[in-house]
Design a binder for this molecule. Structure first.
Ligand code: GLN
Length: 450
């Protein structure tokens, strides 16, 4: 399937068919032999997983969509990859992304854009457009993404697939190349809610190698995803995440989803989150501040590329300058500059400090909303997939795609995007959000719309 369609889709940066075929054959052998070893197999054993190319993998390159890491091979596996390989799910390959996960369309990849399988003149969302497109185009049944401001959910929405951002700290970030460490989470991409839940269950759990990892054992999401009963469930519609800026067709599909849930017995209430107005601004300050610091490691000495200056002297500063000038794309540079500025002495309180205060206000808005609702609901993305190139020269228009997904990252809570019908032949996503550690609830609610 990859050989047949990926020339056009460009979801994969690297494919490892050998690992997929060898693991599948091994699982077949174990199943056929029966006995304790066969019984101990994970229910997903043998099912290939495509991995966003900023999650490190032994034996396969990791580029993060950047020229900076071209040809670089990680000496170790990310914890999620270790868990997947131990359960005998092969790593099928590495998927395309906006460089270092900065973007909403996968057009900022140094390796060319990924195309939306529904309409190849349109974007597949971002930054995890490769993972979502691979799943949507039936190139992979399961994939992993990372979600800092929506990079699992928005691609799921615009490709008609399912994607989850887990509770912050519930899935190890060890081996995920950091973009904004207080916001990043690894999560599953799949074609059904239950598939996503099973992969999520497999990758979650405490990891001593991640200092922000939660200590709790993993609850069984698979069971929640099997239950589509929502009678009596209180579902809160977020007043601020609809209206201006949202396409009419997206809002129409959203209303139909609310009707479906109401007719299934859910109680639909409206919740008010007044601080969400400032969420996008706060996110782009906090994210770029953290990203500017995380990007400092790409210095031409430790990883990947090293570019020497044209002219002597060859000092360490000049090697760093030449390497970073050649290795980073425009969007990554924009964020490094923005973040460095926001963190500078004299500006820190005005920008980074204010953004952190807004983050607290957003957390309080969610707390208040969850007092009157079990889960919250909104459109995942304000628009359907837009044409390639449409927003590439306008960073602000690109950033506005994240308006509905960012609040969950700022608050650390779980959220899922599930398909919510088509608008003029293109998929629309519906997002459910639950309180921290309530990941099972987003699967339960998401299942009701399938
Ligand atoms: N689109 C958002 C951004 O550009 C989110 C990125 C992400 O979640 N990795 O920052």
């Amino acid at each position: 399937r990859i050989a047949a369609v990926d020339g056009e889709i460009n979801a994969f940066l690297h494919v490892n068919a050998d690992e997929a075929l060898e693991t599948a054959a091994e699982v077949d052998r174990l199943r056929a032999a029966g006995g304790a070893q066969a019984d101990a197999l994970h229910p997903l054993a043998g099912v290939p997983v495509a991995v966003k190319d900023l999650i490190v993998t032994r034996g396969q390159p990791t580029t993060s969509g950047s020229k900076m890491l071209e040809g670089w091979m990680s000496p170790y596996d990310a914890t999620v990859v270790t868990k997947i390989r131990q359960a005998k799910l092969p790593i099928l390959g590495k998927t395309n992304l906006d460089e270092f996960a900065m973007g909403s369309s996968t057009e900022h990849s140094a390796y060319g854009p990924t195309r939306n399988p529904w309409d190849t003149s349109r974007i597949p969302g971002g930054s995890g457009g490769g993972s979502a497109a691979a799943v949507a185009a039936f190139e992979a049944p399961l994939a992993l993404g990372t979600d800092t401001g929506g990079s699992i959910r928005q691609p799921a929405a615009v490709t008609g697939t399912v994607g989850t951002k887990p509770t912050y700290g519930s899935v190890s970030r060890y081996g995920a190349i950091a973009m904004a460490s207080s916001l990043d989470q690894i999560g599953p991409a799949a074609r059904t809610v239950e598939d996503a839940a099973l992969l999520h269950e497999l990758i979650a759990g405490h990891d001593p190698k991640d200092s922000t990892s939660l200590p709790e054992p993993v609850p069984g999401f698979g069971t929640a995803a099997g239950n589509h009963e929502v009678a009596g469930m209180r579902i809160g519609v977020i007043k601020q995440l609809q209206g201006t800026g949202y396409q009419d067709a997206v809002l129409a599909r959203f209303q139909e989803s609310l009707e479906l849930l109401r007719s299934a017995g859910a109680q639909i209430v409206e919740v008010d989150c007044p601080s969400f107005e400032y969420a996008l601004g706060a996110y782009y300050l906090i994210m770029s501040s953290e990203a500017s610091s995380n990007m400092a490691r790409f210095d031409g000495v430790r990883y990947g590329q090293r570019v020497l200056p044209d002219q002597p002297p060859v000092t360490i500063e000049r090697v760093m300058g030449a390497t970073r000038a050649a290795g980073f794309g425009e969007e990554v540079k924009r964020r490094i500059i923005l973040g460095t500025y926001a963190l500078s002495a004299g500006y820190y309180d005005a920008y980074y400090g204010s953004a952190q205060k807004i983050r607290t206000l957003i957390q309080r808005d969610f707390e208040a909303a969850f007092a009157s609702a079990d889960v919250l609901i909104s459109p995942t993305s304000p628009t359907v997939a837009f044409p390639l190139g449409e927003k590439l020269q306008d960073p602000m228009a690109m950033y506005l795609n994240d308006i509905a997904t960012i609040p969950a990252n700022l608050a650390g809570i779980p959220a899922i995007s599930v398909p919510g019908g088509l608008a003029e032949g293109l998929p629309v996503g519906v997002q459910f959000l639950a309180p921290a550690r309530g990941d099972a609830e987003v699967y339960h609610a998401g299942r009701a719309l399938e």
